[in-house]
Design a protein around this ligand. Structure first.
Ligand SMILES: [Zn+2]
Length: 463
């Protein structure tokens, strides 16, 4: 059915597409902000005053509910608990520290056993959201209406509200939905949803030639705030800056889904003359972190329990990078317990001047997919720095062909020269030792299927 609708959408005129986008928006508006949404927002806000002990108590109470539910109603987990000799009595006194007794759930297991993760006591057909798995095969994430309301309330209370905006305000979104079918290369590259007052802009069509069309739409609708992929907002902002196009002033720009570097933040701020706030979550909503007014990124302990683990699944200390493994506390329709998100972060020991006793993430380092691997097994992620300060590099992508063979694909300005090549090579050498490095100059770097920019591609197989 969705396939047929997509085909009809693709061949419809723009006005009809706007109408379709609006109807779709009306459905989602009701789905997201109906039911107990407002009550949940108030509860999320109320918990921000919790002490550290309050948070531990809250998390453990919710964790026990989730595990008991999973034991009783979710076939995959029932079998795991039986294997581990854990019964409902054990689960009633389960603590967050006990989580280490449970196995880590990989995306691959979730993909292969998808049906077994669904609760058997659902009274409604859950909505399905797609997210990419490790091999590119999409994973289906299911939420009931109540789960959706909880997830939306967490986003409202901790992402939007912390930046001074709310769900009723108009927004300008850059995202990976195919609102402008690929083949259609003529403007406009956006559609407008009247019910949500949302300007939805394609992440796929951002280019120097098309940038003025994006600017016209933004300056015409003047959405209260902007949201979307960090790299899309950054690339668009830089093109607007280079072309000297002046932009209206939104209240805030909310980025997500990708690493937001200091350079990206500064450029977006320069063009829109407002604050940029980064947030971290995922389609699975098994964890959430977002920047407060002091731009420190707090974990929301009531969305999920985050563990940061090393390669042997042991917890890492603050200041040391680890894989984010999360146990979602909102979604009982498809519980995800110790779910390996594939993201890497560093926890901070410092508290935040805002006073919230919610743990702070020092840095979101990136995704496992954005890493390269060395012959001695080191996984290196800090490749975002490789092009920093090189003003003649417009876009750069690192491709690892083999352990010691790399290619950089570059979109450069005409002034780019040997001195910059040398800097890039030296930075590789600092990180990896002696390697072969090839330079590939291209007109553009293609985006992924969901419209994201991939900073690193590794073709080296890993375990
Ligand atoms: Zn804070």
């Amino acid at each position: 059915m969705a396939g047929i609708l997509d085909k009809i959408y693709a061949i419809s005129p723009t006005w009809l597409q706007n109408f379709g986008v609006s109807l779709y928006g009306l459905y989602w508006k009701q789905r997201r902000y109906g039911g107990d949404f407002k009550k949940y927002v108030a509860e999320f806000k109320g918990r921000e005053a919790y002490s550290f002990d309050d948070w531990v108590a809250y998390q453990e109470a919710r964790l026990r509910q989730l595990l008991l539910h999973a034991y009783q109603h979710v076939p995959y987990y029932h079998a795991r608990f039986v294997d581990l000799n854990i019964d409902d009595h054990d689960l009633q006194v389960f603590t967050a520290a006990d989580l280490q007794k449970l196995p880590v759930l990989t995306k691959e297991i979730l993909r292969v056993r998808q049906g077994d993760f669904l609760s058997d006591d659902l009274r409604e057909k859950p909505a399905t959201y797609k997210t990419s798995g490790t091999t590119g095969t999409p994973l289906a994430i299911r939420f009931t209406r109540e789960g959706d309301h909880l997830a939306q309330a967490a986003y409202e209370a901790r992402v939007r509200n912390w930046t001074g905006v709310d769900y009723r305000m108009s927004r300008g979104m850059i995202g990976g939905r195919l609102v402008v079918p690929k083949a259609n290369a003529k403007p406009p590259f956006w559609r407008y949803n009247i019910f949500e007052r949302q300007l939805y802009m394609s992440a796929f069509h951002i280019s120097p030639t098309n940038a003025p069309d994006y600017a016209r739409a933004l300056n015409h609708y003047q959405p209260d705030y902007l949201v979307g992929y960090a790299s899309s907002h950054f690339f668009l902002a830089r093109m607007l800056d280079e072309q000297g196009i002046s932009m209206y002033q939104p209240q805030a720009v909310l980025t997500s889904s990708e690493k937001l570097t200091d350079e990206m933040r500064a450029m977006i701020q320069k063009v829109y003359r407002c604050e940029v706030y980064d947030a971290y979550s995922g389609v699975e909503v098994c964890c959430q972190a977002s920047e407060c007014e002091h731009h420190r990124m707090h974990i929301s302990p009531d969305v999920g329990i985050i563990e940061l683990l090393d390669e042997d699944d042991q917890p890492v200390r603050p200041g040391v990078q680890g894989r984010i493994v999360a146990t979602g506390l909102l979604n009982f329709a498809q519980p995800l317990i110790r779910y390996d998100t594939g993201d890497i972060a560093i926890l901070s020991e410092k508290s935040c001047p805002c006073g919230r006793q919610m743990p702070v993430i020092e840095e979101l380092v990136g995704r496992i997919e954005d890493t390269v691997i060395t012959k001695d097994g080191r996984v290196t992620v800090r490749f975002h720095g490789i092009f920093i300060g090189l003003d003649n590099v417009k876009e750069g992508q690192v491709v690892q062909e083999d352990y010691d063979r790399f290619r950089v694909r570059l979109v450069v300005k005409p002034e780019f020269g040997d001195a910059e090549k040398k800097i890039i090579y030296d930075r590789f050498e600092q990180r990896l030792g002696e390697i072969d490095l090839e330079f590939d100059f291209v007109d553009q770097i293609e985006r992924t299927e969901s419209g994201k920019f991939k900073a690193v591609i590794s073709r080296v197989l890993r375990m």
